[in-house]
Design a protein around this ligand. Sequence first.
Ligand SMILES: Cc1cc2nc3c(=O)[nH]c(=O)nc-3n(C[C@H](O)[C@H](O)[C@H](O)COP(=O)(O)O)c2cc1C
Length: 335
Amino acid sequence: MSIQTLFSSAAPVLSLAPMQDVTDLPFWRLMARYGGADLYFTEFFRVTPHYHPERSILRSITENPTGRPAVAQIIGNDLEAMARTAKALEKHPVAAVDLNLGCPAPVVYRKCAGGGLLRDLPRVDELLGVLRAAITGSFTVKTRLGFADPSEFDALLEVFSKHKLDLLTVHGRTVAEKYGPHVHLDRIAQAVRHLPFPVQANGNVTSAESAMETLRATGAAGLMIGRGAIRNPWIFQQIRDRLAGRDLKLPSGRDVLGYIVALYESACDADVPEKAQVQKMKKYMNFLGDGLERSAEFLHDIRRCSTRIEFFAICESHLDHDRPMPLETAPAGQP
Ligand SMILES: Cc1cc2nc3c(=O)[nH]c(=O)nc-3n(C[C@H](O)[C@H](O)[C@H](O)COP(=O)(O)O)c2cc1C
């Protein structure tokens, strides 16, 4: 299904955010089992001058298990390599190629890629022009509001409006704000009003309620959800239920435990040593743990365990119950 068809429907499109080392093929498969997103973004392909797309990320596209369209995200600033990689990715079944203009990791932005490009708008303009000319299908962009100050977004919007994009996802923070508590929904609303193509809102959608609030405040055509989906894989279905006026189904503690078991089984290869598997699970638990009742205690214990048995004993001691779990977190203090 094309991006145009997807975004022509009246219902808001729900996307799974790209998250490096998290949203790989097994994770997509698991999300789809829990109701899933309408649209899936790959982890970024980090493009350098002699780059060839990594097989591991390509697999998400070539073996896409979700039954939904996939968008291939690229990050980099070498014009020739970016255009070449975009064309190479278009040979695979992708609904769009997406440019990352938001990564706040210093190792990326110091090289003037991702969020770093937002300090150089002429370069953004040039890159958008080169990619628009190279990509024959849909071309989408995921951006933050600016590098240091949300007011930078005014000039950035002028740059975006010069190019025929098929979708803009706005993460409503600056690079400097990293994952701080506040998402500037008013700036996302500004993009919705200003641009002739669909705009998707991103940042701190952690529940059906916050999804409704983000849609109301921005008028966006879609929502992109990242950490909220790691914490609560039911979130996409919960939002659909809320939009349709149906009662919300909250998972029980045991349902969440079942999700953690499924995550362990799907995310961990049989040939990876147990200690490394537990380490990988700790990464997911950093997000999931935030939404539990005794969150600090859970995270404290999880960070200290090293075997599969210890890991699941801690999970069971917190989750072997039938009480409904909102899996909500306070937005402040996110990673
Ligand atoms: C672990 C992790 C990895 C991420 N990797 C990417 C990435 O590869 N590309 C990208 O555009 N954004 C990446 N992001 C940012 C998310 O896509 C999203 O914009 C951000 O988490 C805010 O949305 P949320 O509040 O729903 O999590 C990453 C975020 C996290 C937490």
